[in-house]
Design a protein around this ligand. Structure first.
Ligand code: GCW
Length: 684
């Protein structure tokens, strides 16, 4: 049935054959819950549901401590009740969302203790995860604080029900220019998100069209408030994407100039109104002066002027302004070799460092171009010590197979988070910039474009659920390894059978490289069909206005972004990285064509020429895609039929489609270069 795929990693499958049933049972008699908040109630409901589903057992609920066999859920307010059991040593180190889990074999008890109720909720999800992954409950001694303050999701949902870059059906929030009002589905989404530690969401598209502009009016605020209340019960704050030109669009003013008093007052009144409906409203997300969206440039104002104006309006209510840095010239002339889109965000924002208010956070895409299979890490990270920064990933697989191909992105995100910016000298990885530990940031963290829709299984490709899961886990703790995250997801989703776990984990962990192999070699991007961005089209973006070129000719390929002979982009990095990328000797192979234009005969560090690398990876990628399908087929009978077939269909498509990629890419470069494949394979 669809239920299994709908339940994602919150399967709570019946546990019968685990060697650990005898270990678990003694703990599962009572749940002691002395407090009563919305979030604690969510924690209680989840625990009761999880235990009853896995063990067919209802826990007895009590507010008083028992002598034995109990699970205690409580916060600092109830510290007195459990102080003998948890001691004081770690207490002071718990942050607002942190928690402690301890278990005691002597009386079969488990203490889940949060500084606040959110910690209790996260602790309950952690306990349920331990059981779902076959972990022993003996001698648990867990201390967890989330590493990032903002752990956010951006939906690109439009009110007509479509989802921009959505690959899993329509919106679960909107249809026909109103709210869907399927609150249960939204609640289940909230459960999924909070189970991996997400604490904020903006649920409408950053491209705010006409109807969506009215989300901040009384026409829709009651519904927004309803959605916010569902998320609130799971510790998730609601944000809205807003239209920068709202004062004109919905306010009837003749300007949106951020320095105009009328405009400033309009936003102050508007903000007051929003907070009447949603007292803990998180704030606004703004895409301004980007891809034809309105912004302060219209009035010759800076992005500091624009964002500060909103920040001032929202400050009295504790809200924040998430301001995107995806600002570039999308009307470029391809003949112009001096403009480089990769440089745009840094060029626009770096000079403004120090001018932003404390409650403005700059939201920066992980790459300087746009969520390609592989690109350099944005040099803006670490370059603005006096300005709050938020990292933006894309879980939706716009350029990585659109959730029809499997492409597990956790390894990619880990590389980005671990990338050393050298902002404070060696050992200043991106993760340490956005978690606020390098500079005195007041707000920071990680956000990402969601990959869900109203498909029964949420993500179209069931294996794409792993990207959403892993995103949350990584955001909670960027130091978790890909292997650990993957292992958790597979076990919680498909059960703990050893073959299933090792096969699926390995398929996921290799999938990004496989996808890269048959699509986009050596950091060159954009060889996709325009607009929908699916499938190969080497020159699809070569002569366009978007600033997206590979410059392939009969001699060579790649974008010269060096200081000495190119666009100078490498100069935006701190010296160590600048030197590494500037020189052909030290630039890593995998990003070679992102930074350099080289002849097809250029020899890579691997010892192969560029052209032979292109041929080899494309032939190999197709074999690997076929391999994924074969490995999946071998799991038949170990996966429920619905998910088995659904995933198989997509893997079959992937294997076929990878051939299309291989043949078009190889043929294109063979025809351009005239250099035959050393191994004489079929190229057209
Ligand atoms: O990559 C581009 C996408 C647009 C998107 C834009 C953005 C929301 O193709 O669909 O618009 O990025 O991030 O603003």
């Amino acid at each position: 049935s669809g239920e299994t795929s709908y339940n994602s990693w919150l399967q709570y499958s019946k546990i019968t054959d685990s060697p650990l049933v005898d270990n678990y049972s003694p703990f599962l008699e009572h749940v002691v819950i002395p407090e009563n908040t919305e979030v604690i109630n969510s924690a209680k409901e989840e625990l009761l549901c999880g235990i009853s589903s896995m063990f067919g057992k209802s826990l007895n609920i009590s507010t008083e401590l028992k002598k034995e066999s109990f699970i205690f859920l409580g916060t600092e307010d109830k510290y007195e009740m459990v102080k003998e059991l948890i001691g004081v040593d770690l207490l002071g180190q718990l942050n607002n969302e942190g928690y402690i889990i301890k278990s005691f074999e002597s009386n079969n008890s488990i203490i889940i203790f949060g500084k606040n109720d959110k910690g209790v909720l996260y602790g309950v999800f952690h306990l349920l995860r331990l059981i779902q992954t076959d972990s022993s409950l003996n001698n648990i001694d867990i201390f967890e604080n989330p590493k990032n303050q903002l752990r956010m999701i951006n939906e690109w949902d439009n009110m007509d029900g479509s989802v921009e870059r959505g690959y899993a059906g329509n919106s679960i929030f909107f249809e026909e220019n109103r709210f869907v009002r399927d609150w249960d589905r939204i609640k289940d989404y909230a459960r999924m998100l909070s189970s991996v530690g997400i604490n904020a969401i903006a649920f409408n598209n950053v491209n705010v069209h006409e109807v969506e502009s009215k989300l901040i009016t009384t026409e829709f605020l009651p519904d927004v408030a309803k959605v916010a209340s569902i998320f609130r019960a799971y510790g998730i704050k609601t944000f809205l994407s807003i239209n920068y030109a709202s004062p004109i669009q919905i306010g009837g003013l003749d300007t949106a100039d951020p320095l105009d008093e009328k405009v400033r007052n309009w936003w102050k009144e508007k903000t007051k109104e929003i907070y009447q409906y949603i007292p803990d409203f998180g704030g606004v997300l703004v895409k301004a002066d980007s891809e034809h969206r309105p912004g302060p440039f219209t009035y010759n104002r800076t992005h500091a002027d624009g964002s500060n104006m909103l920040a001032e309006a929202i400050e009295p209510f504790g809200g924040i302004v998430l301001w995107r840095c995806f600002v570039y010239n999308c009307m470029q002339d391809w003949r112009d070799r001096s403009t480089d889109r990769a440089k745009a965000a840094y060029d626009h924002f770096k000079p403004l460092d120090g001018q932003f208010k404390d409650n403005v956070v700059l939201q920066i895409k992980n790459g300087p171009m746009d969520f390609q299979v592989r690109e350099g890490v944005s040099p803006l990270f670490g370059a603005m010590p006096k300005t709050n920064q938020l990292l933006e990933f894309q879980i939706a697989q716009e350029y990585t197979g659109q959730q029809r191909h499997v492409c597990y992105l956790i390894p990619q995100w880990k590389e980005i988070l671990d990338f050393d910016t050298y902002a404070n000298g060696e050992g200043t990885p991106v993760k340490s910039v956005v978690d606020g530990s390098q500079f005195q940031y007041t707000h920071c963290g990680i956000t990402a474009v969601s990959n869900i829709g109203n498909d029964v299984n949420w993500t179209g490709h069931t294996l794409a659920q792993a990207n959403l899961y892993g995103y949350g886990r990584l955001t909670w703790n960027p130091d978790l390894s890909s292997e650990i995250i993957t292992d958790e997801w597979v076990k919680a989703t498909f059960g703990t059978d050893l073959d299933v776990v090792s096969e699926i984990s390995d398929m996921l962990l290799q999938s990004w490289r496989i996808y890269e192999n048959y699509t986009s070699p050596l950091g060159v991007g954009w060889m996709v069909n325009p607009e929908h961005h699916y499938g190969p089209n080497v020159d699809g973006y070569e002569y366009s206005v978007w600033g997206t070129y590979h410059f392939a000719d009969c001699k060579g390929i790649g974008v010269d972004r060096t200081i000495s002979t190119g666009t100078g982009y490498t100069g935006q990095y701190f010296p160590e990285n600048q030197t590494m990328y500037e020189s052909l000797d030290t630039c890593p192979d995998e990003l070679l064509l992102f930074f350099h234009h080289v002849p097809y005969t250029h020899v890579l560090k691997s010892g192969k020429t560029v052209i032979q690398h292109i041929y080899d990876t494309h032939f190999e990628g197709v074999e690997q895609a076929e391999g994924l399908k074969q490995r999946w087929l071998a799991l038949e009978g170990k996966i429920d039929p619905t998910r088995f077939r659904g995933i198989l269909e997509r893997l079959e498509h992937q294997a076929e489609h990878s051939k299309e990629w291989r043949d078009i890419i190889n043929t294109y470069f063979y025809r351009k270069s005239g250099i035959p494949d050393e191994k004489n394979r079929k190229i057209y």
